[in-house]
Design a protein around this ligand. Structure first.
Ligand SMILES: N[C@@H](CCC(=O)N[C@@H](CS)C(=O)NCC(=O)O)C(=O)O
Length: 335
């Protein structure tokens, strides 16, 4: 019987397990009628993953969340799976590249892409830092791939599956040809991987982004979606379907990646408006050469700064920027 994977059919994190399953002869099926923002917020789902994120795999021994853990589980279902290498050092290198792909590649692609499409605050300096960290990581990957076809050994391993799934969003959404041409071995590797039959079956056709998306204003979190009613919404859905041209599989991934979160009740609404003029403080701060500490402290409100940060946490720490009007990434509590 197939194992059930909870996620939408464009989720690049779910692709990891689905591709591993293809290579391993394991049956994994996406749950039917998954609706982002509805299915993953149901009480049944929250029992499987208390933070309501996908993917989640149902196994005979209970659920597993976190896409890398799920992909490892699926891989281990096959005894002596070559996806896991054949020696201890190969195994260590596979784990090394899995972590590298997740922490150095995926994280920086998301830091670049997500603010651009309005799902997080766009800060030019943060974007610059993300791109520079991404280039550093791609440079290291490129050097490795200059003399290696695969990340580890002489065939596809789980490291290649996870690395490629992480690169998919980059290549299809922000990393244009002029960006990736600096990393020719990464390019060769990526296009070779996505065209392997087991990858292609899951990813479909992957197309490289032609331009970096222009910065959009922050998207207001919408109200949580209601489950569809049986009758009238069907008509609406049909109309919508006519308007929207079909997108390639991975093109929709980002929409799912950062599904609009339900609007949290904002405790700040209860407070009087701040008297602090943020621009004045920023000017003072920028022009300060010596008494940095004093000026910084002026800007810290010791009234706890409650914000709904990009990663969905309420945090209640003093904020470096101003009184209660602070921006997500400067909050001391959320880092
Ligand atoms: N580290 C997690 C990331 C999971 C994740 O961020 N999932 C997104 C979709 S790709 C999600 O479920 N977002 C819904 C939410 O934040 O409520 C993994 O690899 O599984």
């Amino acid at each position: 019987m197939a194992l059930v994977l909870h996620a939408g059919n464009t989720n690049k994190n779910a692709f990891k397990a689905l591709i591993a399953a293809e290579y391993s002869g394991v049956k994994v099926e996406l749950v039917k009628n998954f609706e982002m923002g509805v299915s993953n917020k149901s009480p049944e789902f929250l029992k499987m993953n208390p933070i309501g994120k996908v993917p989640v795999l149902e196994t005979p021994d209970g659920p597993v969340f976190e896409s890398n853990a799920i992909a490892r589980y699926v891989t281990r279902l096959k005894a002596d799976n070559p996806l896991y290498g054949s020696t201890l050092i190969e195994y260590a290198h596979i784990e090394q590249w899995i972590d590298f792909g997740s922490l150095e590649i995926d994280a920086n692609i998301l830091r670049w892409f997500i603010p651009r499409v309005g799902f997080a605050v766009y800060l030019p300096l943060a974007e610059e830092a993300a791109i520079s960290a991404l280039k550093r990581a791609l440079g290291a990957l490129d050097t490795h791939l200059a003399s290696n076809t695969y990340l580890v050994g002489h065939s596809v391993t789980l490291a290649d599956i996870i690395m490629t799934c992480n690169l998919v969003m980059g290549f299809s959404r922000v990393m244009t040809k002029s960006f990736t041409s600096e990393f020719p071995h990464v390019e060769r590797y990526f296009w070779t991987m996505v065209n392997q039959p087991n990858f292609r079956k899951i990813l479909g056709e992957v197309k490289q982004a032609e331009s970096v998306p222009p910065v959009q204003s922050s998207k207001k979190p919408s109200q949580p979606k209601e489950p569809k009613h049986k009758d009238e919404p069907k008509k609406e859905a049909k109309k919508e379907a006519k308007k929207e041209p079909a997108k390639p599989k991975v093109a929709e991934a980002a929409e799912e990646e950062e599904a609009p979160k339900p609007k949290p009740k904002n405790p700040l609404d209860l407070l009087p408006p701040s008297k602090m003029v943020l621009d004045d403080w920023k000017r003072l701060y920028s022009n300060t050469k010596t008494n940095f500490r004093e000026v910084a402290i002026k800007g810290i409100s010791f009234f706890p700064c409650f914000i709904y940060a990009a990663h969905g946490k309420i945090c209640a720490f003093p904020c470096l920027l101003s009184t209660y009007g602070c921006l997500v990434s400067f909050c001391l509590g959320c880092g």
